[in-house]
Design a protein around this ligand. Structure first.
Ligand code: ZN
Ligand code: ZN
Length: 355
């Protein structure tokens, strides 16, 4: 797998007339080489593929990194990598600190020209391979199981934090490496904060609870949100729930290869605005997911470009009524030529979870 990815990257480098790309972002290093340690650098060009790590990871690299010439460097790998570079060199300017950049410039051999080339590996990562989709399906299915688990365990009378701890322990017990991000459990007025942190207050009856969580399997993330009722709801809560559900379903139906990222966002945004809640949907419709929980492509008003087959994106409109409650519904979907394959399967019709 890594050979094919490095080949595709080398092709991109040729188009940009770059001799080498210095890959320093660890997620990109993992994607290209398979290396899961915390200190590694790849140097990729048409003339070669080098992987550098320090003595702590030599054994791990032997097991994980094929198709690259493996080199052992000092703990600070920058000097060892710099020695190997020549000609026009791209570097990951979206990740490299100004300090590291200045240091790199001082370490390079005479005549090497540095060019900002951030995003090249990310562009490859945005289109998933079958092997990656397999991991993501599994991660999404595990998240579905967690919603089923919560439905059985109940919400009322437990604190948000208790539920978060419980669900994260359970997903690990069932095979997740980790939660793909800190789980969000936001009841009642907390639900009006899109990125609420689970607190110690008990979850009450007759309100809405937003649960947003995901699992990591083989390095790949899933991401799913459901909003549960904990009893009987006000008319306003029901109305908003139905509105968000309709916006979610309609925008999800607009996902397909060739759809403009901003147009997919607009489907949900227009629907919500038409119902008078436009100001209460203050974030983008969705984001790409993969080795990272947020990656390309974005579905947002300001997003450029079109979806392509093999992208994996979330579709997650929300309405947040300040001081009162919030509703968000989020699915994870693989973009296909004629639509999408939705990876989240837990029901989206309002589910009531009591004590
Ligand atoms: Zn989410
Ligand atoms: Zn998300």
């Amino acid at each position: 797998m890594s050979a094919a990815r490095a080949d595709r990257l080398a092709e991109r480098l040729r188009e940009r007339e770059l001799d080498w790309l210095l890959v320093t972002d660890l997620v990109n290093v993992r994607y290209l080489s398979g290396f899961t340690g915390t200190n590694g650098v790849c140097v990729v060009g048409s003339e070669g593929r080098l992987f550098l790590t320090d003595f702590r990871y030599v054994e791990r690299a032997k097991a994980e990194v094929a198709d690259f010439e493996r080199l052992r460097g000092k703990q600070d790998l920058l000097g060892d990598a710099a020695e190997r570079l020549s000609g026009r060199v791209g570097f990951e300017d979206q990740h490299m600190s100004v300090r590291t950049y200045e240091r790199l410039k001082g370490l390079l051999p005479e005549g090497v020209e540095l060019n900002p080339a951030g995003g090249l590996v990310e562009e490859l990562r945005a289109v998933k391979e079958p092997e990656e989709l397999r991991a993501m399906r599994e991660a999404a299915s595990l998240a579905d199981d967690m919603y089923e688990y919560i439905r059985e365990r109940g919400l009322v009378g437990r604190s948000e934090r208790e539920v978060a701890v419980d669900v994260e322990r359970e997903m690990r017990a069932r095979g997740a490496e980790d939660p793909s991000f800190p789980s969000i459990i936001a009841a009642g007025p907390n639900g009006a904060l899109p990125h609420a942190t689970p607190g110690d207050r008990q979850i009450g009856p007759d309100t809405l609870v937003i649960m947003d969580m995901g699992c990591r399997v083989d390095g790949y993330c899933s991401d799913c949100t459901r909003t549960f009722a904990t009893g009987s709801l006000s008319d306003e809560m029901r109305e908003v729930y139905e509105l968000v559900l309709a916006a979610q379903q309609e925008s999800l139906a607009a996902v397909r290869a060739g759809a403009e990222c901003s147009s997919v966002d607009a489907v949900a945004r227009d629907r919500i605005a038409a119902a008078g809640h436009g100001d209460e949907f203050g974030h983008g419709l969705g984001h790409g997911v993969g080795l990272e929980i947020h990656e390309g492509p974005r579905l947002a008003q300001s997003a450029e470009g079109e979806l392509v087959s093999g992208n994996v994106v979330t579709v997650e409109p929300g309405v947040y009524v300040p001081g009162a409650f919030g509703v968000r519904i989020e699915d994870l979907a693989v973009v296909t030529d004629d639509g999408s394959e939705v990876l989240s399967h837990f029901p989206k019709e309002l589910v009531t979870v009591g004590a």
